[in-house]
Design a protein around this ligand. Structure first.
Ligand code: GDP
Ligand code: IMO
Ligand code: MG
Length: 421
């Protein structure tokens, strides 16, 4: 059976967690393929909100298997906290979750290095979540990483000390005060927690399960505009957040990929630094933030808000090969008289449809204005019920992108999801 991919098309926080949870009943396995605890995937059911950082968003469905793939970077301290607070209990969760031997570990010193590198950047800081993501992926690609499979070795502590020593040598060059002891304690408790789980070469497992007809959903983290190659570099994360990342992050061939679900908000948000052409620094932006409760799921930082950016969306669709679009947070736009959509950019007075490779240009968004709608759509269950203006908004996006919008999310709860017949 082909493997479907679900990923974010903007700057993260598109609602991936909510949608993965909502469509999990259609799958047997949910597999995370990249990122780490920089992610915050929220999902809601029975009036309770859960935020997941490392664990795939299918975890609340007792009959589903969840996999953390080789492309993910794992901080054992975060993992332990998440497992402990999740609800079903460790014994139950060990049945639902399997971890790749090849996933790289985030060491306590990676977090310190993250802070050191950010502090040196001054005004050009990325606005990292400071979870150690960049340094952990750097060690992976420079072939200095420590991987989950190693934790079963008898000499693991010695291995750890070798890595720590190397990091300490680098940190001597930075004027940074830190105390590793407290975090290290939780980290090693996390290592013990990890050992309770099945740690296997998940690439074999995923291929076998797919071969035996099981339905697998690959869950992305962050968003395409934060991809290390195609995002607004250097204001990006350190992994490939795009559909190709599912192949490398799970060990599957492109031939095995089925649908590629691209999630986007009906507007845009970004947390952290970097270009954001449609950003609204005015009252409209503040309204989107307040109505949409746009505060980071991982760091609590207020998210920057702006209108939907079609050049960026089309770029993401192209890079990922999106087959179906899922739109979230349509409900947040209820009550706006007019809704703007950016259809192209102007750079130095000239129209430009491409995303510039660097951040030097001043981008002026060119907008189309659409009529808004008044209705509260959060209780609506069928596509036919949606206000005409919202239907026109969706049609406009479909026409511009050439990809159908097959799902509309009208609230944070898993039930508030309209699948278009
Ligand atoms: P993710 O990182 O892509 O999983 O997204 P986050 O969970 O970080 O951020 C999305 C936020 O929007 C969360 O607070 C969700 O509960 C919420 N959310 C998701 N879909 C909808 C929706 O359709 N409407 C509203 N109002 N909130 C939503
Ligand atoms: P989810 O999966 C939104 C942003 C950070 C920062 C940049 C680099 O919840 O959509 P990093 O911690 O990777 O060094 O940060 O990327 N960022 C996210 N923004 N959602 C996320 O994940 C993000 N993960 C990282 O704010 O600008
Ligand atoms: Mg998030």
């Amino acid at each position: 059976m082909k493997i479907d991919i679900l990923l974010g098309l903007q700057w993260g926080d598109e609602g991936k967690g909510k949608i993965v949870d909502a469509i999990s009943p259609d799958y047997d396995i949910i597999a995370r393929f990249q990122g780490g605890p920089n992610a915050g995937h929220s999902l809601e059911f029975n009036n309770v909100k859960h935020v997941l950082h490392l664990i795939p968003s299918g975890i609340f469905h007792p009959d589903k298997l969840n996999i953390i793939g080789n492309g993910v970077v794992i901080d054992p301290a975060v993992f332990r906290k998440e497992i402990t607070e999740l609800g079903p209990g460790v014994d139950e969760l060990t049945k639902r979750l399997i971890i790749s031997t090849r996933a790289n570990l985030i060491l306590p010193s990676h977090r310190i290095l993250d802070a050191a590198y950010e502090s040196q950047k001054g005004l050009t800081k990325i606005g990292s979540t400071l979870k150690g993501i960049g340094p952990a992926y750097t060690d992976k690609t420079s072939r200095n990483g420590l991987r989950v499979g190693e934790i079963l070795r008898k000499d693991f502590r010695e291995l750890y000390d070798i890595h720590l020593k190397r990091h300490m040598t680098i940190l001597q060059n930075y004027d940074l005060k830190f105390d590793l002891n407290e975090y290290e304690k939780g980290w090693f408790e996390g290592i013990e927690m990890l050992k309770k789980f099945r740690i296997v070469n998940t690439e074999y497992l995923v291929n076998e399960l797919s071969g035996s007809g099981k339905r697998i959903l690959a869950e992305g983290a962050q968003g395409t505009m934060l991809d290390v190659d195609f995002g607004s570099y250097p204001f990006v994360t350190s992994s490939n957040t795009i559909s190709a990342g599912a192949c490398t992050g799970l060990g599957i061939s492109p031939k095995l990929i089925g649908d590629i679900f691209g999630i986007f908000k009906a507007y845009c948000t970004r947390v952290g630094s970097g270009p954001f052409p449609t950003e609204l620094g005015d009252e409209t932006g503040a309204s989107l933030r307040n109505i949409g409760r746009e505060f980071g799921s991982t760091t609590g930082r207020p998210r920057r808000c702006g209108w939907l950016d079609l050049p960026a969306l089309k770029y993401s669709i192209m890079i990922n090969g999106v087959t179906k679009l899922f739109m979230t947070k349509a409900d947040v736009l209820s009550g706006f008289n007019t809704i703007k959509i950016c259809t192209s950019y102007k750079i130095d007075g000239k129209e430009c449809l491409e995303i510039p490779f660097n951040n030097d240009s001043v981008i002026e968004p060119v907008y189309s204005e659409l009529k808004g709608w008044e209705e509260d759509i959060s209780g609506m269950k069928e596509f036919a019920e949606l206000p005409d203006s919202l239907k026109k908004f969706i049609e406009f996006i479909e026409k511009q992108t050439g990809v159908p919008v097959t799902m509309v999310s009208v609230g944070p709860d898993r039930e508030e999801t309209i699948i278009r017949a």
